[in-house]
Design a protein around this ligand. Structure first.
Ligand code: FES
Length: 74
């Protein structure tokens, strides 16, 4: 791998961006949010009710998209 023990930022497919360690996250309104957990999940789908953090809504959105893609959905 690299000189690092592990990645400090992990991009989850169709999910959040995981931040390891201390970070400052600047939201669209210019507000700074400080990470307070060893691992923090930043919403990348836009559906979270607690932005900038992930609240798991991406799973619901993915399930809805799958349902809508089924031929007999309706
Ligand atoms: S990525 Fe999880 S709610 Fe948006």
């Amino acid at each position: 791998m690299t000189e690092f023990e592990h990645a400090s930022i992990v991009l989850c497919p169709a999910g959040p961006m995981l931040l390891r360690g201390k970070h400052e996250v600047l939201d669209a309104d210019g507000k700074v949010h400080h990470t307070v957990r060893p691992v923090s999940a930043v919403c990348m789908c836009g559906g979270s009710a607690i932005k900038p953090w992930c609240d798991g809504t991406h799973r619901l959105l993915a399930a809805r998209a799958r349902d809508n893609d089924e031929p007999n959905a309706g």
